[in-house]
Structure formats: structure tokens, C-alpha cells
Design a protein around this ligand. Structure first.
Ligand code: MG
Length: 159
């Protein structure tokens, strides 16, 4: 059996008055992620996990933030592109697990919407997609509400 595991990690700073988009879902909040794209830190970590499993580098290599065509881009478009790379390399996605670290707002009410959106974008069943959220007990940049981080793990199987 040919299986591959990949890990991803991403951080974005938070600033007042920006949109907060996580796993392709816009969440009502006073702050959003500072970014060249829509700042979907969760999708960026998931993309990096897939690219890591394939040893194809990272999202910054694939979609440089110096490239104007990615300015303000919906990160689900980037994720779809990475999923196509997974397929063209002969793999399918077994499951995704990610953890978003953010002090506020409470993400629990949005978790199932985020899982459903990822299921749509990635094209795998929702019960193969886990989205978890944690505060950092007010410690660190996440706890001070200066930023948000996400870690993600994916498993790929040779199709
Ligand atoms: Mg990012």
C-alpha cells in the first residue's frame, strides 16, 4: 500500500476591519487576516499538507505573493488547484485533519459549515474531514488576538 502523510502550518496576522475567512467560510468578526489572498489560513495549511505529502514544496512556491493574479484570490481556488495536483500525481485524499488556533470568536458554531465547504471543494466525504478549533488560553499571538494559526495533516493514498 502506497500512502503518504503531509503536514502543513500557516499563520496570518489579524487586523481590524478585514474579512475573516476560514475553510472557505466567511465568519462574522471585527478582525480578519492580513494577506495577499483572502487570508484563509486554514486552507493554506491544508494546501501545504497536501504539497508536503507530495514533496512538491509549499503554497508560497506554487502561488507567489508577488504575483498580482493571486491578489485577493479566494483560497478555495488554490485548494482546488492543489487537489488537481494530488490527482495528477496518482493519489487520492484519504482524510484531512486540521486545528485552528484562535482566541476569538468561538469557532464551534461554524465547524460543520467549514467541514461541508471543504468537502465540496476537495471532493471527499465530510466524515473524512476534521476541523478542530482551540484557543491558546490567552497565551502567545493567538491568545493576544494578534494572529491566527492552523496546523493540518492529510493522508494520501495511491489511487
Ligand atoms: Mg497563508
Amino acid at each position: 500500500m502506497d500512502i503518504r502523510i503531509g503536514h502543513g502550518y500557516d499563520v496570518h496576522a489579524l487586523a481590524e476591519g478585514l474579512r475573516l475567512v476560514l475553510c472557505g467560510v466567511e465568519i462574522e468578526h471585527s478582525k480578519g487576516c492580513v494577506a495577499h489572498s483572502d487570508g484563509d489560513v486554514a486552507i493554506h495549511a491544508i494546501c501545504d499538507a497536501m504539497l508536503g505529502a507530495l514533496a512538491l514544496g509549499d503554497i508560497g512556491k506554487l502561488f507567489p505573493d508577488t504575483d498580482q493574479q493571486y491578489k485577493g484570490i479566494d483560497s478555495t481556488v488554490l485548494l482546488k488547484h492543489v487537489v488537481e495536483l494530488v490527482k495528477s500525481n496518482g493519489y487520492s485524499i484519504s482524510n484531512i485533519d486540521c486545528t485552528i488556533a484562535m482566541q476569538r470568536p468561538k469557532l464551534r458554531p461554524h465547524i460543520d459549515t467549514m467541514r461541508a465547504r471543504l468537502s465540496e471543494v476537495v471532493g471527499i466525504a465530510v466524515d473524512r474531514i476534521s476541523v478542530k478549533a482551540t484557543t491558546t488560553e490567552r497565551l502567545g499571538f493567538e491568545g493576544r488576538e494578534e494572529g491566527v494559526s492552523t496546523t493540518a495533516v492529510v493522508l494520501l493514498m495511491k489511487a
